[in-house]
Design a protein around this ligand. Structure first.
Ligand SMILES: Cc1cc2nc3c(=O)[nH]c(=O)nc-3n(C[C@H](O)[C@H](O)[C@H](O)COP(=O)(O)O)c2cc1C
Length: 190
């Protein structure tokens, strides 16, 4: 039931080593493309960095260097550790996908495209969850580092996120820990 899938999906960043077959990734990506999108722009673009592939290595290194250079903590040991951890997390993820949104013909359409692409990511995450696969959506280091040219994104694409994907290794069931503000606190009924 879709309501259960929505309610029980959680951000996942710890995975087993089990690989995710490309056919499974394709199913999740296909689900992504069924997201609503204004004027049928289909504005999403996906870049899949295969496990152990050359591009994954290159991107992980760029993000490593960026993390080291931009660490808030000036302590050398901590900068090295956080750069290494970030690199390792990218290399270890069974699947790793960048998501971009293309420009529209004006500012409003570009904003709609971004919104549609965010819906596509949610579709992907729900599809993955229904197949027992976890996803962690990040707009942090993997997106802040200067990866766009290397990865082959067009200069005018907007980055929407980097997705860490794999079979969850967490033994803790975090479903009951997840909290949301009661709906009536964020809704005006008029
Ligand atoms: C646009 C967007 C960007 C996010 N970026 C990050 C991120 O950079 N790092 C991170 O740890 N989580 C990130 N998250 C995941 C959120 O922290 C997570 O969705 C939130 O804690 C709620 O948990 P849940 O997804 O399990 O419901 C992002 C989520 C969204 C929607």
């Amino acid at each position: 039931m879709v309501l259960d899938t929505i309610r029980n999906r959680r951000t996942i960043r710890e995975f087993t080593d089990a690989p995710i077959p490309n056919t499974t990734l394709e199913q999740a990506l296909e689900a992504a493309t069924w997201a609503p999108n204004h004027r049928n722009a289909e504005p999403w673009r996906f870049i899949v960095l295969s496990k152990d592939g050359e591009m994954r290595e290159k991107i992980a290194k760029i993000v490593h260097n960026w993390t080291y250079e931009n660490a808030k903590n000036p302590n050398e040991e901590s900068r090295v550790a956080s750069a290494n951890d970030t690199q390792r997390e990218i290399l270890d993820a069974p699947a790793f996908i960048y998501v971009y949104s293309v420009q529209g013909r004006n500012e409003g359409a570009t904003k709609e495209n971004y919104a549609a692409t965010a819906c596509a990511v949610q579709n992907l995450m729900l599809a993955a969850h229904s197949m027992g696969i976890g996803v962690g959506w990040s707009t942090g280091r993997p997106c802040l580092a200067p990866i766009d040219t290397t990865i082959g994104a067009e200069p005018d694409w907007d980055i929407v996120g980097a997705l860490y994907i794999g079979y969850p290794s967490e033994t803790r069931d975090r479903r009951s820990e997840a909290k949301r503000i009661p709906v009536n606190d964020v809704t005006i009924w008029s």
